[in-house]
Ligand binder design. Structure first.
Ligand SMILES: *Cc1c(COP(=O)(O)O)cnc(C)c1O
Length: 345
């Protein structure tokens, strides 16, 4: 940081370029564009995908409000669908949600897992509706060896501090393999200015700070170790908890060779969720019910009242156990022991 500061290199400087190149190589994609945060990454991607006022975008309701807010702020309307047993967009629900106004599919690669993108891509190819992936929680996750974020027109990441790769504040990125989309995002994020500084289209201010990029570039070097540790923690939770009938655990790291999960979160389903959460809290163990305990379609934001029973049921049962690289094996053992004692096993 001192070195970057001494160069006075704050906006669109070489540290950002290096980070973009290194991340592109890491994810095996052609273009990475650093932007201000994950929400704006989605907004710019939707614009680049051609989403306009009055269009509809299909998105799971089990997501962060930012997925829907990005759709709202490009003038489009979110159409919410159920999630499946893996807590990701239910592929079977997509067909029924498609209307003549549908302009984009937005799968959300939640908790560090990538959806079955073969099936979502097949729908996209049949219908001509492009995909923009909200992969804010899934950097480094893969489906059949291909990186989260690389399946559609564009994919987005967030470098919010609690994300698998976090910076020292807000940050985000758009990835794409399409040179025209990359050019469009590059103009949009910097006031519509081309390399010569000439304004050639409308744009906005949405750049990733060079200092944050320098931090991220350094952290990217040890990112594989972080992911390996998260996968190890998941393995330990599963080994310690899989005999408890009252719990449904996420898939293990080696369960399905099509999926490589990075465990941004370890989201379980459990009976007596609120009691378990209070019990763990009393033992000094912090847990989270994601997204304020309500799916997005139930927020007071003027949506049509279409019930999503599977999602609503999940929200009564889901809980995030502690998952981060500062956890020791002893910490994990303690969490497991407390959960076992709650269910008296
Ligand atoms: C974190 C997150 C975002 C938004 O990212 P910010 O960088 O906080 O704007 C979007 N979608 C999902 C699923 C997220 O978890």
């Amino acid at each position: 940081m001192r070195e970057v500061l001494s160069r006075g290199a704050f906006i669109l400087q070489r540290d950002l370029e290096h980070f973009e190149q290194n991340l592109a190589e890491y994810l095996d994609v052609n273009y990475v564009l650093g932007v201000a945060d994950g929400t704006n990454a989605l907004k710019l991607s939707l614009i680049a995908a051609g989403v306009e006022s009055g269009d509809e975008v299909i998105v799971p309701s089990h997501t962060y409000v930012a997925s829907a807010a990005a759709i709202h702020y490009v003038g489009a309307n979110p159409v919410f669908v159920e999630c499946g047993s893996d807590h990701l967009m239910d592929v079977d629900a997509i067909h029924d949600a498609i209307s003549p106004k549908t302009r984009c599919l937005m799968p959300v690669q939640l908790n560090g897992r990538t959806a079955n993108m073969d099936r979502i891509q097949a729908i996209s190819e049949d219908t001509g509706i492009p995909i923009v992936e909200d992969s804010a929680q899934a950097l480094g996750s893969k489906f059949k060896g291909k990186s989260a974020g690389s399946f559609g027109v564009a994919g987005t990441f967030s470098f919010y501090p609690a994300k698998v790769l976090g910076c020292f504040g807000d940050g985000g990125a758009v990835i794409t393999n399409d040179p025209e989309v990359a050019e469009r995002i590059s103009l949009l994020r910097d006031h519509g200015r081309n390399e010569k500084g000439e304004v050639i289209t409308w744009g906005t201010n949405c750049r990733l700070d060079n200092l944050q990029a320098a931090v991220l570039d350094l952290k990217l070097k040890s990112f594989d170790d972080d992911v390996a540790r998260r996968r190890e923690i998941a393995r330990r939770y599963i080994d310690g908890l899989n005999q408890i009938d009252a719990l449904v655990l996420p898939p293990g790291p080696e369960d399905d060779s099509d999926h490589f999960d990075v465990y941004q979160n370890f989201e379980i389903e459990c009976e007596q969720r609120d009691e378990l959460q209070a019990f763990l809290s009393a033992a000094g163990i912090g847990t989270i019910v994601q997204f304020g305990g309500k799916p997005v379609h139930m927020y007071p934001l003027g949506f049509e009242k279409t019930p999503l029973p599977k999602t609503e049921k999940l929200y009564e049962r889901m809980l995030l156990l502690p998952m981060h690289t500062a956890l020791s094996d002893e910490d994990i053992g303690f969490v497991i022991e407390k959960i076992r004692s709650f269910y008296a096993v």
